[in-house]
Write a protein of this length. Structure first.
Length: 273
């Protein structure tokens, strides 16, 4: 687990700079520029259809200025985490299916925030992208137990997180939340990931957890080919007042997520193209 939680050193230097009371755009740009792969990817993301800026962004300093410090932090996390985890393989996990679902969850969570507030919040994207990493960790570290839990959930039609807790001792959401905390991400992200299947337990960060919960249902509806109105009717009705959304927003969020999926996949898991 410690090895899996290790991210490139540039990540920790970026975090330290952004947490500094006198964080500097110049110093942050220099830190990012010290990692050519991160630099290229961040510029590619900034110029992608996900953002749709009218003018091309050619330098990291310009990207930091236009995107803002917090969005740069969150996008750097997304880039470095996917770079780290896509290099890991488990014969028990279909990588294309895993990352397609993860990216769909990311754009769905981002779209939920957009529909709910009129603003695209990259925190939602990062939360959705990292939400299922606990599954990958399980299959990399305790594959036999993870398989037992998955098969039991399929055969019995039971609740997978509850079965994981009985078989493994914790569930994939708890693992994902612990990873987010270990990486020093904003507490709202770790809490939302850890409570994604029981968002009522998220306390003051409940809205983020409910947004992720909603994104999970969109991923399930897409994977199982369920119509949006039918899927919306199956969600815990508490999701609507908790997020400030309405059942009819489910289809709108799903459509926005589907519209952005190909662009996001080309950035974060290009081998699926």
């Amino acid at each position: 687990m410690d090895r899996l939680a290790s991210l490139p050193s540039v990540f920790h230097r970026i975090q330290a700079e952004l947490d500094s009371p006198d964080a500097s755009v110049t110093r942050l740009s220099q830190l990012i520029a010290s990692d050519p792969a991160l630099t290229a990817m961040l510029l590619k993301v900034a110029n992608s259809a996900l953002f749709g800026f009218a003018q091309r962004i050619d330098t990291i300093s310009r990207a930091v200025t236009v995107l803002g410090l917090q969005q740069v932090r969150e996008l750097s996390v997304a880039i470095l985490v996917t770079r780290t985890f896509t290099s890991l393989e488990s014969r028990h996990v279909d990588p294309e299916r895993f990352w397609r679902s993860s990216v769909l969850r990311a754009v769905a969570c981002r779209a939920a925030f957009h529909v709910g507030s009129g603003q695209r919040q990259e925190r939602g994207f990062v939360t959705g992208l990292l939400a299922n990493l606990g599954h990958m960790v399980m299959f990399l570290t305790v594959p036999e137990l993870a398989i037992v839990a998955a098969n039991r959930a399929t055969d019995e039609g039971g609740d997978l997180p509850a079965i994981e807790r009985a078989v493994v001792g914790c569930d994939h959401a708890e693992i994902g939340g612990c990873l987010a905390d270990a990486w020093g991400l904003p507490p709202a992200i770790g809490v939302a990931i850890g409570a994604q299947h029981q968002p009522g337990l998220a306390g003051s960060n409940g809205r983020d957890a409910w947004m992720l919960h909603l994104a999970n249902h969109i991923v399930d509806a897409e994977n199982d080919h369920i119509a949006s109105d039918e899927a919306a009717a199956e969600i815990d009705p508490e999701v609507w007042p908790a997020t400030g959304l309405q059942p009819e927003h489910f289809a709108t969020i799903r459509e926005e997520a589907e519209l952005n999926l190909a662009s996001a996949l080309s950035l974060f898991y290009p081998r699926s193209q």
